[in-house]
Design a protein around this ligand. Structure first.
Ligand SMILES: CC(C)(COP(=O)(O)OP(=O)(O)OC[C@H]1O[C@@H](n2cnc3c(N)ncnc32)[C@H](O)[C@@H]1OP(=O)(O)O)[C@@H](O)C(=O)NCCC(=O)NCCS
Length: 182
């Protein structure tokens, strides 16, 4: 068992038309530090983190946990897509016991505007629907984050509620996967 429940991790790398979704490796460290230090990336997710702090604290192989996919374009990391059990203390929930699985995504600014995030998130959601059929996925994003709001809609998330958190309005949505068959 892990944060995602009875999911075997890591899966074999997942190939899409243009991308590979895979477990993180030591060679991804600099791209992930770039991601966390980028002011553009951090605008709606708590702000960038100081690069020297990241250089000191980010593990040699960062992000090695169930549900953490590095998104690889032509052999280099351009972003990450995550699935994590949601902390029950946070606002927003779709069932009383909380602990819903939540989708997250962050891409390097130079990779925005090509549909890579949509392609990677779709593959992640397809993978998840195959390993835990019928389990819904939730998503939280600031309403001011236009790109993220457009992506959430494109991926098929629908609004459950809006709430204030971290001093900003948050959009909380859900995407149901088809019920298990057989
Ligand atoms: C949120 C985020 C991942 C969205 O990235 P994105 O590149 O806009 O998302 P998509 O993959 O859906 O790409 C859509 C864009 O690619 C364009 N595009 C180009 N080729 C495309 C293709 N083949 N297929 C689909 N879209 C394509 C679309 O027209 C659209 O561009 P536009 O918004 O300028 O009209 C990105 O802005 C990001 O990493 N932000 C920082 C982290 C963050 O805020 N995360 C949210 C936390 S909840």
């Amino acid at each position: 068992m892990n944060g995602l429940g009875p999911v075997v991790w890591p899966p074999a790398p997942i190939e899409t038309e243009r991308l590979v979704l895979r477990e993180s490796e030591a060679r991804d460290r600099s791209a992930l530090i770039e991601l966390f230090a980028s002011p553009e990336v951090g605008t709606y997710v708590g702000g960038p983190r100081p690069r020297e702090e990241l250089e000191r604290t980010v593990l040699e192989v960062p992000g090695r946990r169930p549900g953490f996919f590095v998104i690889d374009l032509d052999g280099a990391a351009i972003g990450m897509v995550t699935l994590d059990r949601r902390d029950g203390e946070r606002p927003g929930r779709i069932r009383p016991d909380a602990g819903e699985v939540e989708l997250g995504y962050m891409f390097l600014p130079q990779a925005w505007g090509h549909g890579y995030a949509a392609e990677a998130c779709t593959a992640t959601l397809d993978w998840f629907a195959a390993v835990l059929p019928g389990e819904p996925v939730v998503l939280t994003t600031q309403t001011a984050n236009d790109r993220s709001m457009r992506l959430a809609a494109q991926l098929g998330f629908t609004e459950v509620e809006r709430f204030e958190e971290y001093g900003a309005e948050q959009w909380f949505g859900v995407r149901s996967s088809p019920a298990p068959t057989g």
